[in-house]
Design a protein around this ligand. Sequence first.
Ligand SMILES: [Zn+2]
Length: 264
Amino acid sequence: MPELAEVEWYRKQWNAGIGNKIVDVRMHPRNRVFRGTNMRKLQENLAGEKLRRSAARGKRMLFEFSGDNWLGLHLGMTGKIHIAVANFRPDKHDHLVLYQRERALVFTDSRQFGRVRFHYGRHQPGWWTSDVPEIISPEFDQKFVDQFLDRHRKAPIKAVVLMQNGFSGIGNWMADEILWRARIHPATRAGEMTARKREKLFRETKLVVRESLRTLGKDYSDPPRTWLIHQKWKPDGICPRHRTPLRRATIGGRTTAWCPRCQR
Ligand SMILES: [Zn+2]
């Protein structure tokens, strides 16, 4: 499932089309990625308009078009964005194609947990506005993290780090990476963490996000070799620090890997 660094990389794939006009829009009717969206309006409004810019917030993306038109995308589990040739023929999983004279902007989603939204209006759509700070922003600070942990004292920390209204854009692999780096057992209750552990959690969250954006988010290259992600899915995965075999269990509803020696 794409997390914030992958989302950032996908968002930039349509950059090639910035400044160019949309000449045609094609969609698969009755597809659930369009749930709640006025598809006819999307089609009528975007034709003839130019792609202006885009932004990402956590796992969500917003594309701004001329004429006060806004397109929101969420990749869900299997969503992808790419650029194709101008005479691109959509396959069954290519649910939205925005044709420009020079190329096609394509949204693909095989399992259809993703979402396409459309808004017409001078200001950013209501569903885009959010008071949850992005992790790279200064507003995501120790105080914010402490207050968030206090609100979820009884939940295992793994589940808390997956909550999008606190840790915007963090998903399963980044959560495991953060807890491994901070040396916190994923089943620890948020309310039982010492001030020192909370500080570590905050610091490592910032670091994992920053480094992921610098690698994956920039050019889809691998995060550093010393990270847990390279071991996490291997059946015989080991802790990159001292080669202890990793443990696995379902915590916070997700398959979780941790090192029994680093994360007691
Ligand atoms: Zn270890």
